[in-house]
Design a protein around this ligand. Structure first.
Ligand code: ADP
Length: 275
């Protein structure tokens, strides 16, 4: 375990993370990750594991690199021309940046839910059926129906929409649309789900439903969530990683990070001194 050397600047200069970046049972292992947008470095030598069947929260002030790091985990940054990723990023030991790794298949294994719900302008059924269809996961209509129903059930939406599966997905409330997007992600049987501020566009009741859902989903999936809400991170995650200016400053058990942070920068953030 890396121990704090005391001073804030020492820690940032040496880019050492306080806390244990190694998970006992890692689903994903990232080591010495650097990310650049052209010549500007957005992630600086970050190492972090995602523990299997746990929720890992990435927190920190706006612009510290949380989304950039999250998007590395399913190569979403590939779509940004000026973005360059260095380091080792493994999914169950497989190098996700290996030239033989197909990014489309990777994104089925490591799904993503975005800040603003973005259902396709299609029926509720087709929103969920789309992924399994293009990935060839269902050969018969019955199989496809079963995947759609199971995914909607797992996303906690089925009871609310079972009588209108042919209605447009865009006609649902914001919270329902986000659960539809979660169902769409689940439908291709991912192993990891990445969530980038999934509740920030939702009202408190819809947020509570999504948070409960995330807690249930971890039984089956490994989850990483970016959130600007410390209360949300404290409620739903087991591990919290605190980022500051592209550095991973501290990582630890969520309870410990929020009650007894080891690094001054983490303490300043969680006590609301900046961010
Ligand atoms: P956070 O999610 O913590 O708010 P981001 O990962 O979005 O932080 O951003 C980290 C840094 O990278 C910021 O300085 C931001 O301006 C920069 N950045 C993010 N996306 C891009 C992009 N597409 N092109 C250039 N710079 C970017």
């Amino acid at each position: 375990m890396n121990k704090s050397t005391g001073s804030i600047t020492d820690n940032l200069d040496t880019e050492k993370t306080v806390g244990n970046v190694f998970a006992d049972d890692a689903k994903m292992s990232m080591r010495n990750v650097n990310v650049f947008y052209s010549d500007k470095q957005a992630i600086k030598n970050v190492s972090l594991d995602l523990a299997r069947n746990q929720v890992t929260a990435l927190i920190g002030p706006s612009g510290c690199g949380k989304s950039t790091f999250l998007r590395c985990l399913n190569r979403m940054n590939d779509t940004i021309d000026i973005c360059r990723v260095e380091g080792s990023l493994l999914l169950d030991g497989d190098d996700i940046y290996h030239k033989k790794m197909d990014p489309v298949l990777l994104r089925a294994r490591v799904g993503m839910v975005f800040q603003k719900p973005n259902p396709f302008p299609k029926s509720i059924f087709d929103n969920v059926a789309y992924g399994p269809k293009i990935h060839g996961l269902a050969t018969h209509k019955d199989d496809l129906e079963e995947i759609v129903v199971t995914s909607l059930q797992r996303a906690g939406l089925f009871e609310e929409v079972k009588d209108r599966l042919n209605a447009s997905g865009t006609g649902l409330s914001g919270g329902q649309q986000q659960r539809l997007c979660i169902a769409r992600t689940i439908a291709v049987s991912p192993e990891v789900i990445l969530m980038d501020e999934p509740a920030s566009a939702l009202d408190p009741i819809a947020t509570a439903v999504i948070e409960e859902l995330i807690d249930e989903l971890k039984e089956k999936y490994t989850i990483a969530i970016v959130t600007h809400s410390m209360q949300q991170a404290a409620r739903i995650s087991q591990t919290t990683a605190y980022f500051h200016m592209g550095n991973l400053v501290e990582v630890g058990l969520t309870d410990q990070i929020f009650t007894n942070p080891a690094h001054k920068l983490t303490e300043n953030y969680i006590t609301g001194r900046f961010g």
